[in-house]
Write a protein that binds this ligand. Structure first.
Ligand SMILES: Cc1cc2nc3c(=O)[nH]c(=O)nc-3n(C[C@H](O)[C@H](O)[C@H](O)COP(=O)(O)O)c2cc1C
Length: 181
């Protein structure tokens, strides 16, 4: 019966990949930095599979990539304001190294978006003015991160009573527990 919630999450996340302006297209990715400080940023969801693997694209020089390399434990937070649905994922991230897969993903990105991965200086570099940003023509720093979910938390706010259920990955699949919201 709790599978219905997993099914709802699955269908909404799949919709987010195809429907324009869907609120689950963007999520908050949480990583831990070398000072043990949580770091958060908005990121676009690029792929989602039925076994709760998430794919995100980024610049391989970005802080998140080095944080994940040192500590692969991450969180993802999605919010659907119309459904008042919050989805929280905890999982293990992996920076993709497979050149063939990276090339395949890169070729599917539209030309305008490709520019985001070609700045001369790394994301987060200090500059004197925004005019200093230059884009390289022959080189890119495209990278892809895969996150395998280990826990999934579903929270729905309702007029009558709020509702929260959490799923943990087990050898037999997802095991659910209801939680006080
Ligand atoms: C709406 C929105 C979408 C974004 N999508 C991405 C994305 O898909 N990939 C990405 O690396 N950064 C994306 N960003 C920028 C990140 O929030 C962040 O500033 C950048 O990745 C650097 O993060 P880091 O220094 O913590 O690694 C997006 C920002 C916004 C506001």
């Amino acid at each position: 019966m709790t599978n219905l919630y997993l099914q709802e999450i699955t269908s909404e996340l799949k919709l987010a990949l195809t429907k324009k302006n869907h609120p689950l297209k963007f999520c908050v990715l949480g990583t831990i930095d070398s000072e043990n400080t949580p770091q958060l940023r908005i990121i676009g969801l690029r792929k989602f599979t039925d076994d709760f693997n998430f794919t995100l694209y980024t610049d391989r020089r970005s802080a998140k990539v080095s944080q994940i390399t040192k500590n692969p434990k991450v969180s993802l937070l999605f919010y659907h304001p119309v459904k008042k649905l919050q989805i929280k994922i905890e999982g293990i991230a992996n920076v993709i190294k497979d050149c063939g897969l990276l090339k395949e993903q890169w070729l599917k990105i539209n030309e305008k978006a490709k520019r985001d991965y070609t700045t001369m200086f790394a994301p987060g570099s200090k500059i004197n003015s925004p005019e200093e940003i230059t884009y390289l023509k022959e080189k890119n720093f495209f990278s892809s991160i895969e996150i395998k979910a280990e826990t999934i938390e579903y929270l729905k706010l309702k007029e009558t009573s709020h509702f929260k259920v959490q799923f943990h990955k087990d050898i037999n699949g997802w095991v659910s527990e209801f939680l006080v919201p």
